[in-house]
Design a binder for this molecule. Structure first.
Ligand code: F6R
Length: 586
């Protein structure tokens, strides 16, 4: 959830770290800080807010020194305060660390360290790493040995980077992402490639249970016992260089507008891979599909498509609920795990439980170097490029596009319908943004929105209401149209707005009936349909398309509606409050 970044080289570390942190802010953005090593001293600056705000206030990038670490935070342990912001110094100021993850046994360790005279300034679990490293350094007088001792004592999930006053930089990874960028006479170590993209295109991906020591002569990578491990240097895909906003005001807007292209790139599997995947699903006795948030909404759409068109029975599981669910994975099971980041802790946990029970894991991910991709039998890439906006947009339609391709394969269709028409219809919809902007203005002071859909559209409604919540902070709820009369109608009055997803397919007539029920209670109706109707106070026209594909196009105006509502309400759509993009904690 947090981002961490370290640098060692022959030039000033702080400006490079600040730039890298800005690119990684999607991982957490409630506070930021930098520490550098200068003249045998560790200098720290930090504060609350986005990186540019903290930098404006305390000039993080002016810290001198060729070695440094930085952090952007998404609070887990301890509130959003300057004291809780990273980097954290050991009590003797000899070591500073930045950490992503959670140290489960921090309270026990803290008690022991307090008893030994080490002191603490924050409420975080992370600070314990700084003092534990310091304690082990005070005993061993060797930074590498102190890393090995510390790593044997920490329990939980972590990636951290440390600098020691006596020179050097160290970094360790356990179930949180960490990678090394190899520059000219310099090294970066980061939660994400975005930390160093533009400075180097060569990277080493650390494995779980490894740590790296850096000094001016180079790096050494070892397992947690200190045994050297081998690595290959990977060329970073060019698309990561694409991580800027170009002419768009926000990443979220750019990513919404990329969808006509990204749905066409989704999947990128060879026919043999698709055949293998379809055969695996067909021969498995139990097929499960999982994800969190938006990815779970895609999973529901996948379930619908597989069941309706390919007659494959498939059970959806909300990833965060697996541990409480009566799910019996076995060697006759396959789990399809959907995740943009491939790092969501809930999804990884589900995949781990399934794998341990002998199930095959098929992942559909955007980040092909992620932990989820790593642990899967086969991984299908969304190929939609970096998604920086915290709310998922293009990854959702890319996940759906893959579901459509897979469904066709499962149905035995050899001449798959291509998505080119869908893509051009999305482009047309995007041209109509001024209509949606006008509707967003109407929503400026609205407190409740209900989104209705029947059949497969109820899952699009769920995704639309998630986008409205996240981006505009409007209370939004989704219902199947037929459920209104079973309770939610009680909520409707002339203050409520109701979005009805009503394309011209088998759901049309019953959704129109539900719309009449809404209208009779005085609520305002926003209709998304290819058939105009007087019953809609606002109409978002949908282009006509093969009815199976409506979900792929109807979500797009709703993403735009959420985006423009955020703008109207002066919320930053790229960085919704309290959220982070990659939820790597439970
Ligand atoms: C919604 C959103 C989140 C993510 C969820 C899963 O806009 O971004 O709900 O969909 O945290 O993330 P991934 O797909 O990375 O596992």
């Amino acid at each position: 959830m947090c981002s961490i970044l370290g640098y060692i080289g022959s030039g000033p570390a702080a400006p490079l770290i600040v730039e890298g942190l800005k690119r990684m802010e999607y991982r957490g953005y409630d506070s930021a800080g930098v520490a550098t090593l200068f003249m045998d001293k560790i200098l720290v600056k930090k504060g609350i807010g986005r990186v540019f705000e903290v930098n404006n206030e305390v000039s993080l990038d002016s810290l001198p020194g060729d070695v440094g670490i930085g952090h952007t935070r998404w609070a887990t342990h301890g509130g959003v305060t300057s004291a809780n912001a990273h980097p954290h110094l050991s009590s003797s100021n000899g070591i500073a660390i930045v950490h992503n993850g959670i140290i489960d046994n921090y309270q026990d360790l803290k008690r022991e360290l307090l008893a030994l005279g080490y002191t603490f300034k924050s409420e975080t679990d992370s600070e314990v790493i700084a003092n534990l490293l310091q304690r082990n350094y005070d005993v061993t007088r060797d930074f590498k040995k102190s890393m090995i001792a510390t790593l044997s004592q920490l329990k939980g999930k972590f990636a951290f980077i440390a600098i020691s006053k006596d020179g050097g930089l160290a970094a360790a990874r356990f179930q949180e992402p960490l990678m090394i960028g190899i520059g000219k006479q310099s090294y970066f170590v980061s939660s994400d490639i975005l930390g160093f993209v533009g400075n180097t295109d060569e990277a080493i991906y650390l494995e779980n249970g490894e740590f790296a020591m850096f000094n001016s002569d180079g790096i050494s990578i070892s397992d947690f016992e200190g045994n050297p491990t081998k690595h290959v240097v990977t060329k970073i895909s060019k698309e990561f260089a694409d991580a800027d906003k170009s002419d768009y005001v926000h990443y979220t807007l750019k990513e919404i507008y990329e969808q006509p292209t990204t749905i066409l790139r989704a999947g990128g599997m060879t026919e043999q891979e698709l055949d293998w995947l379809a055969a695996l699903i067909i021969r498995s006795k139990n097929v499960y599909i999982t994800g969190s948030g938006t990815s779970f909404n895609s999973a529901l759409i996948g379930k619908y498509l597989f069941s309706k068109y390919a007659r494959v029975k498939i059970e959806p599981i909300v990833s965060s609920e697996t541990q409480f669910s009566p799910v019996y994975f076995d060697s006759n099971s396959v789990l399809i795990a959907l995740s943009q980041s491939g790092e969501s802790a809930d999804v990884l946990e589900t995949a781990n439980i399934a794998k341990e029970s002998g199930a095959e894991i098929v992942s559909i991910v955007n980040v092909m170097t992620s932990s989820l991709a790593h642990m899967s039998s086969i991984s299908v890439g969304l190929n939609c490029g970096p998604e920086i906006g915290v709310a998922a947009t293009k990854s959702f339609t890319s996940q759906m596009a893959i579901m459509y391709k897979l469904t066709e394969k499962l149905c035995g269709v050899t001449d798959a319908r291509d998505l080119n028409l869908v893509s051009s219809q999305i482009s047309k919809l995007l041209l109509n943004h001024s209509n949606i902007q006008k509707i967003a203005k109407e929503l400026k002071t609205v407190s409740d929105i209900y989104v209705l859909g029947n059949g497969i559209h109820q899952y699009v409604a769920m995704e639309a209401s998630l986008k409205l919540k996240e981006l505009s902070y409007i209370h939004a709820e989704a219902f199947p149209g037929g459920e209104l009369k079973h309770g939610p109608l009680a909520l409707l009055d002339s203050n409520a707005y109701v979005v009805v997803i009503n394309p011209n397919d088998s759901t049309y007539t019953s959704m129109l009936a539900a719309t009449h029920e809404v209208k009779a209670r005085g609520a305002k109706v926003i209709g998304i349909s290819n058939i105009p109707s007087e019953i809609y106070d606002y109409w978002i026209p949908l282009p006509a398309i093969d009815e199976a594909f409506y979900p792929l196009i109807e979500i797009v105006p709703l993403q735009l509606l959420a985006y423009y509502s955020a703008i109207e309400r002066k919320a930053n759509p790229d960085y919704p409050r309290n959220l982070a993009k990659s939820v790597t904690v439970k």
